[in-house]
Design a protein. Sequence first.
Length: 404
Amino acid sequence: MSDLLERLQRLGEVGRTGEGIERPLFSEAEHQARTLLAGWARASGFDVQQDAIGNLFIRRPGAWASPPLQTGSHLDTVKGGGRYDGAYGVVGGLCALEALARRGVEMRHPIERVAWAGEEGSRFPKGCLGSSVYAGLTTRQQALALRGDDGMSFADALRGPSGLLAEVPVRETPRMPCGYVELHIEQGPILERNGLRLGVVTAIAGQRRLRISIGGEAGHAGTVPMAYRRDAFNAAAEIAVELERAARRIGECVATIGMVRVEPNQTNVIPGRAEIRLDVRSVDDERVRRMIDELEQLARAVRERRNVSIELEPLEERAATPLDPALRGAVRTVVEALGHPVFEIPSGAGHDAMCIAKVAPAAMIFVPSIGGASHVGHERTAPEDLQLGVTALAETLVEADRLL
Ligand code: HGY
Ligand code: MN
Ligand code: MN
């Protein structure tokens, strides 16, 4: 089995739970994953560094002392996640640098592979944390003040035993890249359905995430007549169903309520409080805006009708991100040279490339997800597609090095 597959296999055991992988940022498992990657990179002779908020860099010098060409992705996962989302781009980036070094390919720009800290937002309520601080979209203070669902602040977790890697030098000043290429699984069914093995990503969907807190009145499930109730969960449920209808009506957008909290969460007590988290996305920002309008109208109506309090707290807002035409051209050239059809595809999933695209030309390469499954333990990509993606990444880095 190749280094790529062996490493993905090995990494996929780090943080494995019953149904999938759990590697939230600065957990023991995620720290172990970064340690593993640093060890593999050092064994291949690369320079390993980290920055002050946990982004991990490996670097291959170039002929020029210029801004680096970067590739990267993330090692953290969602709860019950798969072994390829993020990890594939991190391990694949290492394998691409090793392939270029083995072939003795002389690059003008230094090449860096980055493992961005906390892309998923599965512990701290902000996704793409490491790449957005790196790109200056989030201040370090804002990141440090974030509080995880377990109550611990980012600052404390960063200082804790699973924060920075002990034996890795910390780079103080971020080096803005001259270009960025991210290799990632598609996480959807399009490539597989079209019999394709490589995708050239055109844009990354914009997204809005909100916390919706509902205050009603707890009470005895048996004694309070329906007409007297201020049931916080039923208010949340009405909002959820109506938002699903709105997303279908507006079209070309998706709305998900993937997190629900009910208090006191007892069978025989009417819920007095409920918290739901909404994730809305589209490559068309106007449709996301219309969805938020619908939510605001709905909240006003449900507040009135059910006599409950409803607070909408924005957690995240990212505009749709078109990827760089010239770098996309480099990916297209490589896909053709490898003998595959050029297939342009938008990304419904968010990626660190959204942030890096704000400071440098960025592009993405997709490989198929079997059955379109992702963010689940049975996330899979065929080994030959995993290998092909790394080859495409290595060649794209060479092409981009020439171009930039
Ligand atoms: O949610 C996303 O799209 C990404 O997987 N963080
Ligand atoms: Mn990802
Ligand atoms: Mn993900």
